[in-house]
Design a protein around this ligand. Structure first.
Ligand code: BES
Ligand code: ZN
Length: 471
């Protein structure tokens, strides 16, 4: 291991150069204008995988309509490195698409040019989420080849370009390949999350699910002048704002009756888990650049992030949002909100409760407007069995690289495919993060620290070696 670690340290500038190359490809899956860039990013991976003798199989998941344009979904890139039946096979997953980013959002530099500051922070969209982690799997293979060291496991890869947009088309492919391309997989590792704080590595065993809704209210056949029609028509926006205000209280409690009924009760053992974690209220204040947290202690904060459902209001399509005073009555508005769900909540129950509550509240308004509630996407929460060798291997690897015993964490975010792998393949899934809590994924000035990237490549290396013999 020392030889490989030394090689990785010596080659850090070449890893950073190649991270800069991929950050320069603006693979924004949620923007039709960037679809070709997402495809180009997939091709970059195929080219690198081919150079490293990884055999590839490309799936084209079909089409989608985005901003009124019909587009091909980006390719799902599968890879196989090694087929020795005497070795274990690890499936690694990651996504090569990124969130949108504009300099005008408040970035200090161009988001698609990797810039390193004097503290060794590498800024760029996708640096931590999820480009450094996915390419690192390739650098592990490369290091073994350069040093002529045999990899003690077979690797299967699954890289997609739609994760930030709900992983459209991926579930079908996984189910289709479960008994075929993925038949030999023994366990799954995903590096697509972050340490709980900024100093201590962790392994992650749970994620929340997400149910995303739109609430459309329409009335007049066209936008109207408020001076002429205000007070004479049922205004869609007034109905919508009223309904959205009924969903969640300002202190974060979901107001939909019955929504907490299915939530698995918190056990005494679980309570203890939260006290020892390397996390403080200060960490969260740092992460949000403010102090307006609802809860006062770390247990409550983490419980509400990992363990309880939450409802967030995201936006209103069709509402006037420009500068200045426009006296319009919008004819149609679409409210957007999502519920992050936890074990044992079922998306079907959530949908039924949300729909009937909103309809009931709407009926009270006696409004002549039309209402449509749509569940755009939904996936349940995921929790893994931490008593599996996959987790022991990851913990050992963290001890080897960082010299400390990791925290076991959950996350409040969602990676829909995590549960799909667990269920379709029937194998243990583990999250092994590279980046830190303050990386700013999805935000302005997203970064990964040079040390997290380079030590992260060592971590993935060590993990694969541990997997080969973990009990
Ligand atoms: N890397 C994140 C998942 C994540 C978020 C892990 C926060 C840990 C903490 C991933 O790229 C992501 O943002 N997922 C989306 C999924 C959604 C579009 C279905 C999310 O959580 O909003
Ligand atoms: Zn991600």
């Amino acid at each position: 291991m020392d030889k490989i670690f030394a090689y990785i340290s010596q080659n850090q500038d070449s890893y950073i150069k190649r991270l800069a190359e991929v950050v320069a490809i603006p693979s924004v899956s949620g923007d039709a204008k960037h679809r070709q860039d997402v495809v180009r990013m997939g091709e970059w991976l195929v080219q690198e995988m081919t150079r490293l003798n990884v055999s590839t199989k490309i799936h084209h998941p079909g089409k989608q309509v985005l901003d009124g344009v019909e587009l091909d979904l980006p390719p799902v890139v599968l890879g196989t490195y090694g087929t020795d039946p005497a070795k274990r096979t690890v499936l690694v997953y990651g996504h090569y698409d990124v969130q949108p980013a504009l300099k005008s959002d408040g970035w200090t530099h161009d988001p698609f040019t990797l810039v390193e500051d004097e503290q060794g922070r590498l800024f760029g969209r996708g640096s931590t989420d999820d480009k450094a982690p996915i390419i690192s799997w390739l650098w592990v293979i490369e290091a073994h080849q350069k040093l002529n060291i045999d990899l003690p496991v077979n690797i299967k890869m699954c890289f997609e370009g739609m994760e930030e947009s709900g992983s459209e088309g991926l579930d079908d492919i996984i189910y289709k390949e479960a008994k075929d391309y993925f038949a030999t997989v023994d366990c799954v590792c995903i590096s697509d999350n972050y340490w709980l704080g900024t100093k201590k590595p962790c392994v992650t065993y749970g994620l929340r699910g997400i149910s995303y809704f739109t609430l459309e209210i329409s009335g007049p056949g066209r936008d109207l002048h408020s001076g002429v029609f205000g007070g004479t028509v049922h205004e869609p926006m007034t109905d919508l704002v009223y309904l959205m205000s009924k969903l969640v209280s300002p202190n974060g409690k979901i107001l939909i009756p019955g929504i907490y009924d299915e939530v698995a009760p918190v056990t005494d053992d679980e309570h203890k888990l939260y006290t020892d974690l390397d996390f403080s209220v200060k960490d969260i204040h740092q992460a949000i650049d403010a102090t307006n947290t609802i809860h006062e202690n770390k247990q409550d904060i983490l419980m509400h992030r990992w363990r309880f459902p939450t409802l967030s209001l995201h936006g209103i399509e069709g509402a006037f949002y420009g500068a200045g005073a426009k006296t319009v009555i919008p004819a149609k508005v679409i409210g957007k909100f999502s519920i992050r769900s936890v074990p044992n909540q079922k998306p079907e129950t959530i949908k039924a409760l949300v729909t009937s509550f909103i309809q009931q509240e709407f009926a009270k308004l006696n409004s002549k407007n039309k209402i449509t509630i749509t569940e755009l996407s939904a996936g349940p929460a995921w929790v893994a069995d931490v008593k599996h060798y996959n987790f022991r291997a990851a913990s050992k690897a963290i001890e080897t690289v960082f010299g400390i015993t990791p925290d076991y964490t959950r996350e409040g975010g969602s990676i829909p495919v995590t549960l799909t792998f667990q269920e379709a393949l029937g194998k243990n899934v583990l999250l092994l993060p590279m980046g830190r809590a303050d990386d700013g994924a999805h935000s302005i000035n997203e970064k990964i620290d040079r040390s997290n990237y380079i030590e992260g490549i060592k971590l993935l290396t060590s993990y694969l070696h541990e997997i080969s013999h973990a009990q």
